[in-house]
Ligand binder design. Structure first.
Ligand SMILES: NC(=[NH2+])NCCC[C@H](N)C(=O)O
Ligand SMILES: [Mn+2]
Ligand SMILES: [Mn+2]
Length: 298
């Protein structure tokens, strides 16, 4: 398979020092060589440009959203790179950076495919809008914006309108949802598989249900967005919003086995590594181990 590796060294979405070093850290740890072990042709397209913005200017564009304008700009460029990758028959593998980049990835996929599904594997829902966000951090909003909910500057990134229909969104592993997110999930009747549901019903059963639902829907592209904080806090100290009661490494790998083994995933994000918060590179090592597994499975 041809794979385009795309780095997005962004921390404006989480407003925490360190997440912007994710792509460099992964490259220093030979991500390209690791990806090649799966027998793929890897094209490292380098990093999307992230302009420097002063801390004092973070609310320049909107009083309730930090770095709105640069985040929209970066995501527009990312979206086009994802779209061009798909057009050139390459699998886009996007590394972060914080999860605000999900907006651009999804927009790029959405332009290429007639109809898409999104599998969002995360301790969080990332379905806030500026009205519900407790933090003003845009990495808590990309999935809502992709469904057409939120500020027009976000919902209209790359092209005007909704990128993915709510019925085609699957959230897996959530265990830290804000009040507004819980209400939105109910209102939209989202396919929300919280960690409690996963643990009650079993990871395999939940994954099989999602696969069947996707196969029964009329989508022709499936984007898998993986936020490493879905893993337990004890395994990933190097991420900005770690939450306990998460998956272990084996469960993470199992999830990739099932979804990637199905052969329907057409693009991926791998986000929220923060090397500055890491302890003895433990989180980087877990990331590399997961990425090794992904490309041996895909
Ligand atoms: N991609 C993430 N790690 N998102 C964390 C979001 C945390 C919180 N729900 C917020 O909106 O600020
Ligand atoms: Mn996230
Ligand atoms: Mn998260």
């Amino acid at each position: 398979m041809n794979v385009n590796l795309i780095g997005v060294p962004i921390n404006y979405g989480c407003d925490k020092e360190g997440a912007q070093y994710g792509p460099t850290k992964l490259r220093e740890n030979n991500i390209v060589e690791v990806m090649k072990r799966g027998g793929h042709q890897i094209y490292d397209l380098g990093d999307i440009d992230v302009p420097f913005i002063c801390q004092e200017d973070k609310y320049a564009c909107h009083e309730k959203m930090k770095y709105l304008s640069p985040i929209a700009e970066i995501n527009t460029n990312l979206a086009h790179e994802v779209y061009c990758s798909l057009s050139g028959k390459s699998f886009p593998f996007v590394i972060g950076g914080d999860h605000a980049l999900g907006l651009g990835s999804i927009a790029g996929c959405s332009k290429y495919f007639k109809e898409i599904a999104v599998i969002w594997v995360d301790a969080h829902g990332d379905i806030n809008s500026y009205e519900t966000s407790p933090s003003g951090n845009i990495h808590g909003m990309p999935l809502a914006a992709s469904m057409g909910i939120g500020h027009p500057i976000l919902t209209n990134v790359y092209f005007e309108g909704t990128k993915v229909k709510p019925e085609n969104v699957y959230i897996v592993g959530a265990r830290d949802l804000d009040q507004g997110e819980i209400e939105l999930a109910k209102k939209l009747n989202l396919n929300l598989y919280t960690i409690d549901i996963v643990k009650n019903r079993g990871l395999e059963n939940v994954i099989i249900e999602i696969i069947n639902k996707i196969k029964d829907s009329n989508v022709n592209g499936v984007h898998l967005s993986f936020d490493i904080d879905v893993l337990d806090k004890s395994i990933v100290p190097g991420t900005g919003t770690a939450v306990d009661n998460g998956f272990n490494v084996e469960e993470g790998k199992f999830l990739f086995d099932k979804f990637l083994g199905e052969g329907f995933i057409t693009s991926m994000d791998f986000v929220e590594l923060n090397p500055k918060l890491d302890v003895d590179d433990r989180t980087t090592k877990v990331c590399i181990e997961m990425i090794d597994h992904i490309f041996k499975t895909i």
